[in-house]
Design a protein around this ligand. Structure first.
Ligand SMILES: Cc1cc2nc3c(=O)[nH]c(=O)nc-3n(C[C@H](O)[C@H](O)[C@H](O)COP(=O)(O)OP(=O)(O)OC[C@H]3O[C@@H](n4cnc5c(N)ncnc54)[C@H](O)[C@@H]3O)c2cc1C
Length: 588
């Protein structure tokens, strides 16, 4: 029998922390754009408060039953069932128009910055990660259709996707094609009427089949006859579950189905489907053989959305662990008279764990929201130069934010289990679900190892490394002004030293990418870790400098973060530059 664990702590959306993170991320820059003339912080705050009520209530209500009962496939009818609470929560999400919030007004949306939707995603994923994946995938389909769809495709599909009346999926993975999509075998053959027939098997397709929405719009990466080998021969096809008539009504069922569902470590109620396409009718999206470009529109969106799951899972675990630590009595921390016991939150080691959890959650959130603000600037900035600079920042920050923050998400949920002690290992406590749910985020949407390779081989070499050098120079200048503040001086000095290590290892990487790629590959993950930690340390300092009310507390949090995250990752500089030789007998 485990110590009394009670019901899991109800989720409370961290609106105050989110507003502080938006300030560090530079949200105020967006409100000056004509495109966002209707957006101000008060309106955004009210929206967040309203969505928080939905997340804390209906969305969170199915979280535990989703974990306990999961999703089931009725093989006779081919339908997938998820817990009842999911349908109610999803309907409210659709009725509230939440999916349309950041869709451009010309496509019927609310025209809010994408960063605002990113905050909603965090609340959604904290409250119920399995259900939150459904709109995440839909959002990727919307972006792909806005950028690449024909006007007919946009007219027929976009409106219902934005509301969520129809949902979207991303069908990339096949048994032999995971990280290497060039190995895809699903075939699309042309029909006389301009449509395509798709046949093949896709695996691990999130929300590939379900009854929450009236139709499911699958975006499928496939090969066409006589296409070049590898990823250059791939194209994207829109393959709806039900045909859509010219007037928008639903027609016949397409020849595709969920063949089975995976049994997973976490996110039990997110149906992960093996999808079978048997001459299913599809429509080409974007250029023939331009599939990777189209998919990257979806994937870059999804990578940041998955990055959001880092702070989302971490926040939920932190709230639960903090509550438990405030109520569980054990030992004497010197603040009570025996035989009374202290609450475990009085023990410095428990305080250390809680602060690790809280600071990494805060830092991961700021990193994601910064990338999202840059994404909005890249779309709507005033000049070509401003947009190009912001686009580089999005490109650079996407792999860092995805990998760094989802690694923190998993570590934080693991610390949450540790705070609970033995009770944490018992399912009844509910904290184990956080750990299990968080484990997927470093894997899907390109594993974190693949993100590190993307950073090193594609992102930092942009413009011969000049762009990343400029950015590191900007951090250095900003740190100098932070250094001037007495309370932040020592932490700022430490981040400055780590920044120097980052600059040196960046030069080493830029050279290794050209001269000895295997050495660069061997150090890529430690390099990403260093980049993320320096970035986060700098942002923790900015947060402290902006916090007028609780400046001292935020400064201490920044200092703690720098000691725990920035210093250790800078100390691993020699692991970054040791090259493939350090892998010893395994190196080939
Ligand atoms: C729950 C879940 C949901 C998913 N949802 C979707 C979805 O909706 N749509 C979809 O299309 N896919 C989906 N996926 C698939 C997911 O994106 C892949 O599992 C992921 O990209 C990794 O591919 P893989 O599983 O084939 O692993 P592999 O590619 O076999 O990788 C195994 C290991 O080798 C490493 N590795 C592989 N290649 C390299 C390389 N070149 N250099 C260095 N290291 C390398 C990886 O980092 C990893 O550690 C989902 C997967 C899961 C488990």
């Amino acid at each position: 029998m485990s110590p009394s664990v009670g019901a899991p702590t109800p989720y409370k959306a961290p609106i105050g922390e989110v507003l502080a993170a938006l300030e560090v991320a530079g949200f105020h820059n967006l409100t000056t754009f004509p495109r966002f003339a209707h957006v101000d912080l008060d309106t955004v705050t009210s929206l967040l408060q309203e969505f928080a009520r939905l997340a804390e209530g209906d969305i969170a209500s199915g979280d535990r039953s989703g974990d306990a009962f999961g999703a089931t496939l009725d093989t006779a009818t081919g339908t997938v069932q998820v817990p009842e609470e999911f349908k109610k929560a999803y309907d409210k999400y659709v009725e509230g128009g939440w999916g349309t919030l950041s869709v451009p007004e010309e496509f019927g949306g609310g025209g809010f910055p994408a960063v605002v939707s990113s905050v909603l995603q965090e609340f959604f994923a904290s409250a119920n990660m399995a259900l939150s994946l459904n709109p995440v995938l839909t959002q990727g389909s919307i972006e792909a259709l806005i950028q690449w769809g024909t006007s007919d495709e946009q007219a027929l599909f976009l409106a219902k996707l934005t509301t969520g009346e129809w949902s979207g999926t991303m069908n990339l993975t096949e048994p032999q094609a995971g990280s290497d999509l060039g190995a895809i075998r699903t075939m699309a053959t042309p029909n006389a009427d301009g449509t395509w027939s798709l046949s093949g098997t896709k695996i691990f397709i999130t929300w590939g089949e379900h009854e929450l929405a009236e139709n499911i719009v699958h975006l499928v990466l496939a090969r066409t006859p006589d296409a070049p080998a590898g990823s250059r021969g791939l194209s994207v096809f829109l393959v709806p579950k039900y045909a859509v008539n010219a007037d928008g009504s639903l027609g016949e069922r397409n020849s595709l189905r969920a063949q089975s569902l995976e049994h997973k470590l976490g996110i039990h109620a997110s149906p992960t489907c093996v999808m079978q396409f048997d001459n299913a009718t599809g429509f080409l999206v974007g250029p023939l053989h331009g599939g990777m470009k189209v998919m990257f529109t979806m994937m870059n969106n999804a990578r940041l959305a998955i990055g959001v799951q880092g702070p989302a899972t971490a926040e939920r675990a932190y709230q639960h662990a903090y509550d438990y630590a405030s109520n569980r009595e054990q030992g004497n921390a010197g603040n009570v008279q025996p035989p009374k016991s202290s609450y475990i939150i009085e023990h410095p080691d428990v305080q250390r764990m809680l602060l690790l959890m809280n600071t990494s959650t805060i830092a991961a959130r700021m990193m994601i929201l910064t990338a999202m603000v840059q994404k909005d600037i890249a779309h709507y900035g005033a000049s070509d130069e401003e947009r190009a600079k912001a686009q580089f920042m999005v490109d650079l920050l996407t792999p860092i934010a995805k990998a760094w923050s989802t690694d923190r998400g998993f570590e934080t949920t693991s610390l949450g289990v540790q705070v609970f002690g033995g009770a944490g290992f018992i399912e009844e406590s509910g904290i184990a679900q956080r750990l299990r749910d968080a484990r997927i985020a470093p894997i899907y949407e390109g594993t974190n190892g693949i993100q590190a390779l993307d950073l090193v081989f594609r992102k930092i070499p942009s413009a011969e490394g000049s762009r990343v050098r400029t950015f590191l120079g900007e951090i250095a200048t900003s740190l100098e002004s932070l250094h001037a503040s007495a309370i932040l001086a020592s932490a700022a000095g430490r981040v400055q030293s780590a920044l120097q290590v980052l600059s040196d290892t960046t030069e080493w990487m830029l050279n290794a990418v050209k001269e000895s790629p295997k050495d660069a590959q061997a150090g890529a993950t430690a390099y990403l870790e260093l980049f993320g930690s320096v970035l986060a340390g700098w942002q923790m300092l900015q947060r402290a400098s902006l916090a007028s009310a609780s400046h001292e507390r935020a400064a201490l949090e920044a200092e703690f973060f720098v000691l725990e995250f920035v210093l250790p990752s800078a100390a691993k500089a020699s692991a970054i530059t040791a090259g493939v030789a350090r892998l010893g007998a395994l190196a080939r």
